[in-house]
Design a protein around this ligand. Structure first.
Ligand code: CS2
Ligand code: MG
Length: 406
């Protein structure tokens, strides 16, 4: 079997997605997600201009060799753009291999280790009553676990609190425009407010409901330690991205002060980003997504490394991972032993039409389905009808105007 075509499709059915379609001389094609929120066109160019020409003529069954050739052959290693591009190739080749075998991808990854994949949904609100309504809505949809994000008194806009005018079919959609929105931030106000939020949620919904929270890289290590300690009475399932973790050693300080479980890694794109975090057991969940970590091949290596340290998966699954990337994740989720939880925030109805898929989301649980491959198709005509629209992630600034992590 030989690759005869590699096509990049950029579409925007509510938000921008980048998809790679690889076609073989035997008529089997495979899809890969290359979506990098806010930098989509960089990955599209990396694929179109520097990767696709190199794929023509090679044997698509040689997944590991192709991955290593793209990683080592680029010379300039790692980074979100490179690894999203390599991820799309990796997933498309796994899609082809599984289709050629007539099997759903999870069967090539060792078969099912569970019957279904547990998820967490997003609940948010500007204030406690709005948050409670959002929690009730997620519970009504069957989510077994729920992430809590709220507004902060005195701040205008905060990560994770979606206003109705920025959601379609319940799925958040980004602010589109030539420049990013500017949001405001005050760490002291946040640290004062969050314990009161979890106190209110526990009083209203009880002690059993698994609750997650995303600090979104905004705290210093000692502030993260403080928040972790302050939230211990509320027994979180995890506190995510409590401090920027490029400095993996920073988590030694946090880990030393709190037993609140920690999840990190959605912005990581290689095993080296986790070296200290995993080997010293400084975290409890690894967050990388198939799309941003170089594909299924390296992510399963990460999960095996994490399993040696009793660390579990928590694959990143917001609305800016396309259904192609989500499908690949759910195949991995079903197969690996050290599965933790899968983030799932849903898509617009139009996105579902552009990417018809075999995976199902039923009362809070995902299953990849039994279709050969990853089980996703691309409606290219519909994709072409919804062109790329410039959209950037917000920029965060402190009250004095200093730029801060968003
Ligand atoms: C968030 C993401 O889902 C999460 O945990 O961190 O929504 C993140 O903000 C986006 O993926 C950025 O594109
Ligand atoms: Mg996050």
């Amino acid at each position: 079997m030989k690759i005869v075509d590699a096509k990049v499709v950029v579409t925007s059915p509510g938000r921008n997605f980048v998809t790679l379609k690889i076609t073989t001389d035997e008529g089997i094609s495979g899809l890969g997600d290359a979506t990098l929120n806010g930098r989509e066109l960089s990955v599209a160019s990396y694929l179109r201009d520097h990767v696709a020409p190199l794929l023509i003529g090679i044997d698509p069954h040689r997944i590991e060799d192709t991955w290593q050739s793209l990683y080592r052959g680029a010379y300039w290693r790692r980074g979100p753009v490179t690894m999203a591009a390599i991820a799309a190739v990796d997933v498309a080749l796994w899609d082809i291999k599984a289709k050629a075998a007539g099997l759903p991808l999870y069967q090539l990854l060792g078969g099912a280790s569970r019957e279904r994949v547990g998820t967490y949904g997003h609940a948010s609100g500007q204030d406690i009553p709005e948050l409670f309504d959002s929690i009730r809505a997620r519970l009504a949809e069957g989510y077994p676990s729920i992430r809590i994000q709220t507004g902060i008194p005195g701040l205008k806009a905060v990560y994770g609190v979606h206003t109705a005018d920025h959601a379609v079919d319940g799925a958040p959609i980004p602010h589109q425009g030539a420049r990013p929105l500017v949001e405001d931030w005050d760490t002291s106000a946040y640290l004062r407010h969050m314990p009161t939020v979890f106190e209110a949620v526990r009083n209203e919904f009880g002690p059993e409901l698994p609750l997650l929270h995303d600090a979104h890289h905004r705290l210093t290590p000692i502030q993260a330690a403080q928040l972790g300690k302050d939230l211990e009475p509320y027994r979180l399932f995890w506190l995510e991205d409590c401090t920027p973790a490029e400095d993996q050693n920073a988590l030694r300080l946090v880990r030393g002060h709190t037993t609140t479980p920690l999840a990190i890694g959605e912005v990581f794109n290689s095993l080296y980003d986790y070296q200290t975090l995993v080997s010293e057991k400084l975290i409890d969940y690894v967050r990388s997504a198939v799309t941003h970590f170089g594909g299924v091949s390296p992510l399963r290596k990460l999960f095996d490394f994490a399993a040696q340290h009793q660390i579990k998966s928590g694959i990143h699954g917001p609305e800016d991972i396309s259904p192609v990337g989500m499908a690949a994740a759910v195949h991995l989720d079903l197969a690996i032993h050290n599965f933790g939880i899968q983030e799932y925030s849903g898509y617009t109805a139009l996105t579902e039409e552009v990417f018809p898929h075999a995976y199902t989301f039923t009362s809070g649980y995902l299953h990849p389905g039994e279709a050969p491959g990853i089980g996703v198709e691309l409606n290219e005509d519909l994709a072409a009808a919804h062109e790329y629209k410039a959209a950037y992630l917000p920029v965060n600034r402190l009250q004095d105007g200093t730029v801060h992590d968003w």
